[in-house]
Design a protein around this ligand. Structure first.
Ligand SMILES: Cc1ncc(COP(=O)(O)O)c(C=O)c1O
Length: 383
C-alpha cells in the first residue's frame, strides 16, 4: 500500500479550512440571488454580503466601506496598482516597487509602462530583504504616484520591513500599496499602508476571492469601466457563496494564526537545517529569521527544477518552484534573480493546518534520494 499524498504547497492554495466548506454550502442555499435586487431573496443575499464585509473588515481592523471583494488576489493587485496610479496622475506617473513583487503587480506595472508611465524597481539583498535606503531615496524622487511592497515574499518567505517602508512613504506623502497575499490570515500586517490586497485561497478560503482595501483619504480611482458594485472598485457581481466562505474562514484562520505559526515555524526550521545537512550542493534561500512561519525554499545545484517537482510528485509530495521555467515565460524566477541566489532545482515547500510532523519527516527522508537519483540520471556524480 502506498503512503497517502502529502500536500506542501499552501503558498499557492491552502487546503480549505473546515469553516470554508460549511459556510460555502450554507451560502449556496441562501445567497444565490443578486444582492442588488429588491425582492426577498435579494435582501437575504445583501444581508449575507454585508455581514461578510463586516466580518472581513473587523478581522483586518479596517472599516467595512474600505473593503471590496474581488475575483482573485491578482485582480485585487491589478486594481490596487492601476487605481493608485490613476488617482495620483496629477502628481506624477512613477511607480516605485520592490524587485521581488508578485507577477500580478509586475504585470500591472508593465501595462503602466506601455501607457507611458515609468517604474522604479528597488533591489533586495541576498536574503530577499528590501534595500531600505534605496527605497527611501526612490520614493523621495519627483513624480512618484504610488509605491508597492509585498508584505512577505511568496517565493522565499522573507518578511519585508513594511513599517519602515511605510514611514519613508509617509514622510513624502506617497501612498503605499501592500500585497498581503502571503500574510493575511497568518501573521499581522504592519500599519501604515494605504491600499492592501489579499487572496482567500492562501488562508484556506475558497479560490477565486480577493480582498482590496483602500483606506479613507487615499487618492485611488477605479481603472475599470463604471460599475456600481463593490463601491465601484472592481466590476461585476461577486461570487457571494465564496465571499461568505472567505470571510468566515479568514476569521477562523486569524483566530488560530498565532498558534499555527508557533507549530509550523519549528517544522520549517527543521526543513532548513536538514535539507542543508542531508542534500549536497544545496542552497536554502530566504531570511532564516525574519520569515513567514510556513514557507521554505531551497535550490539544488545540477538538478532541473521541473524534473525535481515531477519526481517528488511521483513519490506523493506536492511542492512548487519559483524557478521552474513555465511554458509561458521560459525564464527563471525574477525573485531569485534579484536576490542573486541559485535558481537551479528550486523547490518551495509551504505548510498548512493539516501538515503533520510525520509529513515533514517523510519528505525529509525521501528528498536526498530523489535529488541523488536525478543527478545520477544526468550523469552528475561524486558530489
Ligand atoms: C504575493 C501574492 N500576490 C498575489 C497573488 C495572486 O493571488 P491569486 O492566486 O488569488 O490570484 C499571489 C498568489 O500566488 C501571491 O502569492
Amino acid at each position: 500500500m502506498s503512503a497517502s499524498p502529502v500536500y506542501l504547497d499552501a503558498a499557492t492554495a491552502a487546503p480549505p479550512h473546515p469553516v470554508t466548506r460549511q459556510a460555502l454550502l450554507a451560502a449556496l442555499d441562501d445567497g444565490w440571488a443578486d444582492p442588488a435586487r429588491l425582492y426577498g431573496q435579494a435582501r437575504r443575499a445583501r444581508q449575507l454580503l454585508d455581514a461578510a464585509r463586516e466580518a472581513a473588515a473587523a478581522t483586518l481592523g479596517v472599516r467595512a466601506d474600505e473593503l471590496s471583494f474581488t475575483p482573485s488576489g491578482t485582480a485585487a493587485a491589478h486594481s490596487a496598482v492601476l487605481g493608485g496610479l490613476l488617482g495620483r496622475r496629477r502628481v506624477g506617473r512613477v511607480l516605485v516597487h520592490s524587485a521581488i513583487e508578485h507577477s500580478a503587480v509586475l504585470h500591472a506595472a508593465e501595462k503602466h509602462v506601455a501607457e507611458g508611465g515609468s517604474v522604479g524597481p528597488v533591489p533586495v539583498d541576498r536574503l530577499g530583504r528590501l534595500d531600505l535606503p534605496a527605497w527611501s531615496a526612490a520614493v523621495r524622487a519627483p513624480g512618484v504616484a504610488l509605491a508597492a511592497l509585498i508584505a512577505a515574499s511568496h517565493e522565499v518567505g522573507t518578511v519585508q520591513p513594511v513599517a519602515e517602508a511605510a514611514e519613508a512613504c509617509a514622510e513624502v506623502g506617497v501612498p503605499l500599496f501592500v500585497d498581503g497575499a502571503q500574510v493575511v490570515g497568518r501573521v499581522p500586517v504592519p500599519a501604515g499602508w494605504s491600499v492592501l490586497t489579499a487572496s482567500a485561497h492562501k488562508w484556506g478560503g475558497p479560490p477565486g476571492v480577493g480582498l482590496l482595501v483602500v483606506r479613507k483619504g487615499t487618492r485611488w480611482e477605479s481603472p475599470w469601466p463604471a460599475d456600481e458594485r463593490e463601491s465601484g472598485r472592481t466590476p461585476g457581481v461577486v461570487n457571494l457563496p465564496a465571499v461568505v466562505a472567505a470571510a468566515a474562514s479568514l476569521r477562523a484562520a486569524a483566530a488560530d494564526a498565532a498558534a499555527e505559526a508557533a507549530r509550523l515555524a519549528p517544522l520549517v526550521d527543521r526543513i532548513r537545517a536538514r535539507v542543508a545537512a542531508d542534500v549536497p550542493d544545496v542552497e536554502v534561500v530566504g531570511d532564516p529569521d525574519r520569515r513567514l512561519p510556513h514557507l521554505v525554499t531551497f535550490s539544488c545545484l545540477y538538478v532541473d527544477g521541473e524534473a525535481l517537482l515531477h519526481a517528488l510528485d511521483r513519490r506523493g509530495f506536492a511542492v512548487s518552484s519559483g524557478s521552474s521555467c513555465t511554458s509561458s515565460t521560459l525564464r527563471p524566477s525574477h525573485v531569485l534573480e534579484a536576490m542573486g541566489v541559485l535558481s537551479h532545482g528550486n523547490v518551495r515547500v509551504s505548510l498548512h493546518r493539516e501538515t503533520t510532523e510525520a509529513d515533514v519527516e517523510r519528505f525529509l527522508a525521501e528528498l536526498p534520494g530523489v535529488v541523488a537519483e536525478l543527478r545520477a540520471e544526468a550523469g552528475v556524480t561524486a558530489l
